[in-house]
Design a protein around this ligand. Structure first.
Ligand code: GLC
Length: 608
């Protein structure tokens, strides 16, 4: 039996059993049903209070947390490198969150904060959280039900510390794997993106946003972030997506359509441009298409200081973005500057009060849908959410995600699965015993870090606990000492990166990786190559040297899911969600292209 069918989110199941899950309601999808209540609050607000609601400061940028009161801030975030100053445990995060909410509750109207984090593969900045595979691996599972369960678990871990908003899911459809954010997308095809986008939103927000185990989701980055062009003067990250509107809709819009259908409450406009115009300043994209045609009733949050990238001086940038339809500004370091600029452009008529009211109404109706506006609201953390943080139940869900995400690319002479009862297995490679490499970027730090970064199981440790007592699992990073072993496993690939720092013109294996493979090969033993990476790498002649090849993507903390596949406790089901090229010259290349001839096509994946 596939264990996926028997793993349930502990707290979700407990809640349902106790009859505590609020009845499924259409509120998530119909935020406008809260307009009467939102208007009532809006009518009592001063312009300063309204503009405060539209402002999101970053924890690191808030020298004085009392600025939440002074400026009536509607939201605070922790960016990728913005951890609590006291430390990085769940207790530190909880105290920080509660501190900010207490300031919000001291304002005249006592409107609680939306508090946002990038929980893009788990509550990933917090020590001890379960780290799930990055989306590229989840896309290879082709299993939206599993992705929904994974994000349900992530939502519970986030709410374990009180935080109520995640900047996820990323519903990009990466078209060129030289882009450093490729792994944040579920895959190159809009089909896989659209089914996973809806599943992820359902997982995060659950049936009802008032549920103490739900978080507000944010589909990002609207639109075309994965379609930017390499090598045409602008960088690929935050660059220019040069496609006609039909292609933009067909490739890059699908995830938003399903996320909106699933009731997503917020969307983040992207840094990139579409045919030369920045998305953060495009009335056509944000207001006409997203809010008008697609009927999006939630609110738009800008990307990190993205408004500063629009043309003109700061007040023109602010006016252009707000008039385009931006409802809340992520102004991490300079909230006071944004507030002053927005006030000035309202005063001189460049932004109408009607637009301000529309933005604030959108934010307030989401706060109503989340239950934040209930009389006497105080931040409550459900003890069951707290108990679920880093729990065995959540690790089991993540392990299931890992097993289903692995793609078997080659398996000559039935090299895999490996026997558990065998004399000696020699393991090598820089990522065999490296939790940080397994997790990738957006883990503890924005860029991620190699090494022992958090609680989890490395692939080597998982293999050691999987084998029978009589089997020895030896390890040398460089592959030396493999002679005489019964089988070899080399785990190589990419080291952590995030966003533009991961943009690469060359995706070949490093010399260190090639050397490790060669040493194993020259020992004359069957060699299994496990590639830990955020995107396809150029395998070159490593493909011939290895008897079996497994793409493990960035599996996260649960290395046991990799061992499950290597030893045949789980027969591989993963299918490539992105084409695997032979050489850099083939990138970009997609199914349907005239010269489509990758090493392994989209959808490829073997089993035992
Ligand atoms: C970033 C990212 C975005 C993220 C935001 C907040 O730089 O581009 O994905 O949600 O800022 O950290």
């Amino acid at each position: 039996m596939r264990s996926s069918s028997v793993i349930l989110c502990a707290t979700g199941a407990a809640l349902a059993a106790a009859g505590l899950l609020l009845p499924a309601s259409p509120v998530a999808a119909r935020f406008s049903s809260f307009d009467p209540q939102a208007n009532e609050v809006l009518n009592r607000m001063t312009l300063d209070e309204k503009i405060g609601q539209m402002t999101q400061a970053d924890h690191n940028g808030l020298a004085d947390p009392a600025d939440v009161e002074k400026y009536f801030l509607g939201s605070v975030l922790n960016g990728g490198d913005s951890d609590p100053k006291s430390g990085n445990t769940l207790a530190d995060w909880t105290a920080m969150y509660l501190g900010y909410q207490s300031h919000a509750l001291k304002t005249r109207l006592a409107i609680p904060l939306l508090y946002g984090v990038d929980a893009v593969h788990g509550h990933n900045n917090v020590l001890g959280a379960v780290i799930f595979p990055h989306n590229i691996g989840l896309g290879c599972t082709r299993n939206p039900e599993l992705v929904e369960r994974a994000e349900r678990a992530v939502a519970e871990e986030v709410r374990a510390g009180g935080i109520n908003w995640v900047f996820a899911p990323c519903v990009t459809a990466p078209q060129d794997e030289r882009w450093g954010r490729t792994y944040e997308g579920f895959g190159e095809s809009p089909d896989v993106v659209k089914s996973m986008a809806a599943a992820a939103v359902r997982g995060f927000q659950a049936d009802d946003l008032r549920n103490p185990f739900s978080v507000l989701a944010c589909a990002k980055h609207f639109i075309g972030d994965g379609g930017t062009t390499w090598g045409t003067g602008s960088p690929i990250d935050q660059g220019d997506t040069r496609v006609d509107e039909a292609s933009l809709r067909r490739i890059h819009m699908q995830g938003y359509i399903t996320a909106i259908e699933a009731g997503v409450g917020s969307i983040m406009p992207s840094y990139n441009s579409w045919n030369g115009q920045k998305c953060s300043g495009s009335h056509r994209l944000l207001t006409e298409i997203l809010k008008g045609e697609l009927g999006f009733e939630g609110f738009l949050i800008s990307n990190w200081a993205a408004i500063d990238q629009l043309p003109g001086d700061y007040s023109s940038q602010v006016a252009q973005s707000i008039n385009a339809g931006m409802d809340m500004a992520m102004v991490p370091e300079r909230h006071a500057r944004f507030i002053a600029a927005l006030k000035a452009v309202v005063a001189d008529g460049r932004v109408s009060v009607a637009r301000i009211d529309d933005a604030v109404r959108r934010i307030l109706r989401v706060k109503f849908a989340m239950g934040l506006m209930a009389a006497g609201w105080t931040p409550q953390i459900d003890p069951r959410a707290k108990a679920s943080f880093g729990s065995a139940e959540h690790r089991a869900v993540a392990r299931e995600c890992v097993r289903q995400s692995l793609v078997l690319l080659k398996n000559s002479r039935k090299t895999l699965p490996l026997a558990k009862q065998i004399g000696r297995i020699h393991v090598a490679g820089k990522s065999a015993d490296n939790l940080g490499n397994q997790c990738g970027g957006w883990t503890i730090d924005w860029q991620g870090r190699s090494g022992n970064v958090t609680t989890g199981t490395t692939i080597l440790a998982a293999m050691r606990s999987a084998v029978s007592k009589s089997t020895r699992v030896a390890f040398s990073r460089d592959g030396s000492g493999a002679a005489g072993a019964d089988a070899g496993v080399v785990v190589v690939g990419e080291t952590p990166y995030a966003e533009g720092k991961g943009d690469r013109a060359d995706l070949a294996l490093t010399q260190e990786d090639v050397d490790a493979i060669n040493r194993m090969k020259s020992a004359g033993i069957p060699v299994v190559l496990v590639v830990v990476s955020g995107r396809p790498v150029i395998l070159g002649d490593a493909l011939e040297k290895a008897d079996a090849v497994v793409a493990a993507w960035l599996p996260g903390t649960e290395g046991a899911g990799v061992a499950d596949v290597l030893f045949g406790d789980y027969k591989p089901t993963g299918k490539l969600s992105i084409s695997w090229p032979r050489a850099m010259a083939q990138i970009p290349s997609h199914p349907g292209d005239a010269k489509y001839d990758p090493l392994f096509p989209y959808g490829y994946g073997l089993t035992y």
